[in-house]
Design a protein around this ligand. Structure first.
Ligand code: MN
Length: 736
């Protein structure tokens, strides 16, 4: 009894401490009224959540306080947001109603809480299209008040920071959603610090081995790195001091996630990632001088180190759509290493770290009328308006556009337009006007004739050429990257299809009449089956476009053949023996009840990999690696179909073998291939299934599929190959 009283006291003290810390973090001076409102919100939330605890056992109220803390300290939001953050879970989880909050705090607060309550269900839907629909809603809410999304991101960040106490299954689901939606969203909003932390935390749970590996390697190489950075900075500092600028200079490692990404994308080892860190020069100066001061620093840096002309990024003259401003250059540092240098003012740095919210602080909580933010909201709205039926397609396109970097191109009149990198002439045409897109036959880029598939580069001036005879084809969808162009092309087909349905139906009805067969839905179904089509519409469409030759349709034969085949397949079903699952006892699924399963082809797990099960429709359970790219999207979209899975202990030291694949790259030298195959088959007696070697300009690349018993076995093999020659690198790859 006594101990619980003491616990109670300790907890109260902890809560009061967290609350005071929150008040101190508010950067804007709080008025008396603000203080009173925040206190009210805190008291209501405290009372409402009083009997609730988090999974960690802590009093629940610590969560809303922490979310408010992130809003104030890390995003720079003001009083309204702090109040909303404190109350964000009350309407959903307690008896507090929106009406009550409306009465106490006014309509703005209740609207934001309403938005937060609605979007909290986004990923709890069982149905993928519902999730996408809700995601769409979430973004629509965003165009009404960005604070809903910012508070949601703060909420997610705190949940990720405290993910440790959740079950393994929830960890995977929450981390996947974070990687899939929240980190890209933070990126799009220009919240780089939060984006980076979300990505790193997601990686920590989705791919713990790689995460820990990079983390440890960064720790091990820290002293060396710091020494190098000091050598790099020293001469710069002396020269910069002479310019009289006020500045700060730091060298910081890149995020674990971005380093891992580089290793995977380029198939290189940790030691070969050249830009493990970036040097940042932050100038403290007046707004009017920012641009010229940045270039002054650039000039000083390049006095000492030679810049790579291909790696100059000037987001000072033309900021990114998410508001990012900075001058980046990559220069040749000591010991022949490339070093990235980022140059920006204090104001730009603040925006880069905290996003647009950083502006609000300067503007004293007034309405945001910032150009860039308005532009991005306009873009989101445009994308929402341009999607009709399929919200899933929308979500995919939206994600594509989120990840894309931007290029700047000009119209013949010299107007600037921003497009995602990889955009083609066709994207540009649709960006100008959908009518122009559909009629586009090519373009003049910088006065040179190019085809519609031509990929635009930064600074291109583009004049679209069109013809009234032009018509979009299916192939066009593969030639565009923007969501707008895709949806406009799809619209075009939809219209075309609707017209052809009437025509196609007439053609078929005539056929039936001539063959004297009644036009019934069963007969239609048989024809669809015969041609392996997905719908009646598709059938009509193919008839009109003559993909199906209407003169050769033999209705009688098709309808009879269908009946015969049906009886046959019924017989087959009876005689067919049930197929045995492969390596049947390798994995224990769920609570250990026997379930049919197979290994996913996309990532081909082997014992030792972290794995999970995914319940498929009709094909039993598929086993994926938790770091499988496919798996991440499955987990975030179909969380309810995830089932935990682990390797059975019987796999240890067993003779069972599993298919896996490695990639060997290196400098082409005589005998290298036979040296590698010798290690694999003779020394280690591993069964090779296939080997595929290509050589090009003195480099060779080999893909080898082989059978191993587990990850340890595979690692042993990879180490052996690495030891064979310094000129070789070896990485594990997915078979699919
Ligand atoms: Mn919450």
């Amino acid at each position: 009894m006594l101990s619980s009283v003491i616990n109670q006291e300790q907890e109260n003290e902890q809560i009061v401490k967290a609350y005071r810390h929150l008040l101190r973090s508010c950067k804007v001076a709080l008025s008396k009224q603000d203080r009173a409102n925040i206190r009210d919100a805190f008291n209501i939330s405290l009372e409402a959540h009083k009997s609730m605890r988090r999974k960690s056992g802590e009093p629940y109220i610590l969560h809303p306080i922490a979310v408010a803390q992130i809003c104030a300290e890390e995003i720079g939001l003001g009083t309204t947001s702090i109040i909303c953050a404190l109350l964000h879970d009350t309407v959903e989880d307690t008896d507090i109603t929106l009406e009550l909050l409306d009465m106490k705090f006014g309509p703005k607060v209740s609207q934001i809480i309403d938005g937060l309550t609605k979007i909290s269900g986004v990923f709890d839907q069982q149905d993928k299209s519902m999730q996408a629909e809700n995601f769409k809603k979430m973004l629509l809410t965003l165009s009404e008040d960005v604070r809903v999304i910012l508070i949601k991101l703060a909420d997610r960040l705190h949940n990720m920071r405290t993910l440790e106490s959740m079950s393994a299954k929830s960890q995977l689901k929450i981390a996947s959603e974070t990687a899939y939606v929240y980190a890209p969203l933070a990126h799009r909003l220009g919240l780089y610090a939060i984006k980076t932390e979300l990505e790193d935390l997601a990686t920590k749970y989705l791919d713990p081995d790689s995460y820990n590996y990079v983390k440890n390697r960064l720790q091990e190489t820290k002293a060396d790195r710091n020494k190098y950075i000091k050598n790099f900075i020293d001469p710069l500092q002396k020269a910069l001091d002479e310019t009289g600028l006020h500045y700060e200079i730091k060298g910081r490692p890149k995020s674990i996630h971005s380093i891992l990404n580089k290793m995977k994308k380029q198939g290189i080892a940790f030691d070969d990632v050249f830009d493990l860190f970036a040097i940042r020069v932050i100038i403290d100066d007046e707004y009017e001088n920012e641009k010229s001061d940045c270039w002054k620093v650039y000039s000083t840096v390049t006095d000492f180190y030679t810049p790579n002309p291909d790696r100059l990024r000037d987001w000072v003259s033309i900021p990114k759509a998410n508001g990012y401003e900075s001058l980046h250059t990559t220069v040749m540092g000591p010991k022949g290493r490339w070093v990235e240098v980022q140059i920006r003012s204090k104001r730009m740095d603040e925006i880069a770290e905290k996003g647009y919210a950083a502006h609000w602080k300067y503007k004293d909580g007034a309405q945001v009328n910032d150009n860039g933010l308005e532009q991005w909201l306009a873009k989101v709205r445009e994308m929402l308006e341009n999607t009709d039926g399929s919200a899933v397609e929308f979500l995919d396109d939206f994600k594509l556009n989120l990840f894309a970097e931007e290029i700047f191109v000009f119209t013949p009149k010299g107007d600037l337009r921003k497009l995602p990198a990889q955009s083609t002439v066709l994207d540009f045409a649709f960006d100008i006007h959908s009518g122009l897109g559909a009629k586009c036959i090519g373009a003049k880029v910088n006065n040179k004739l190019v085809p519609i598939t031509y990929k635009l580069g930064n600074g291109d001036q583009v004049e679209i050429l069109s013809s009234t005879k032009q018509k979009p084809t299916e192939e066009w969808l593969t030639w565009v990257v923007t969501a707008k162009a895709k949806s406009k092309i799809r619209d075009y087909f939809k219209q075309e299809r609707n017209q052809s349905v009437t025509m196609g139906k007439e053609i078929l009805e005539r056929k039936f009449k001539n063959a004297k067969i009644p036009f019934s839905s069963e007969a239609l179904n048989s024809i669809i089956k015969f041609y392996k089509l997905s719908s009646v519409t598709e059938l009509y469409y193919q008839l009109v476009t003559e993909k199906i030759d209407r003169t050769k349709i033999d209705l009688t034969a098709i309808l009879e053949g269908e009946t015969k085949k049906q009886t046959q397949s019924e017989e087959q079903k009876l005689t067919k023996k049930p197929t045995k699952p492969l390596t049947k006892d390798a994995v224990i699924i769920g609570d250990g009840d026997p379930v049919e399963y197979a290994f996913a082809k996309c990532c081909s797990p082997i014992p030792g990999d972290d794995i999970f099960g995914f319940v498929t429709v009709g094909e039993g359970v598929k086993i994926h690696r938790t770091n499988c790219t496919n798996g991440i999207s499955l987990m975030s979209n179909y969380g309810y179909r995830i089932i935990k899975a682990r390797w059975a202990d019987s796999n240890l030291n067993s003779s069972k073998s599993f298919l896996t694949s490695i990639k060997v790259q290196g400098i082409d030298s005589v005998g290298i291939v036979s040296a590698i195959t010798n290690i694999i088959s003779t020394q280690l007696q591993i069964n090779m299934k296939s080997i595929n070697v290509t050589a090009n300009e003195g480099m060779f690349e080999g893909n080898i599929t082989l059978q191993v018993s587990d990850t340890k076995h595979l690692e042993e093999l990879m180490n052996k190959i690495k030891q064979a020659s310094q000129l070789i690198s070896v990485t594990r790859v997915d078979i699919g």
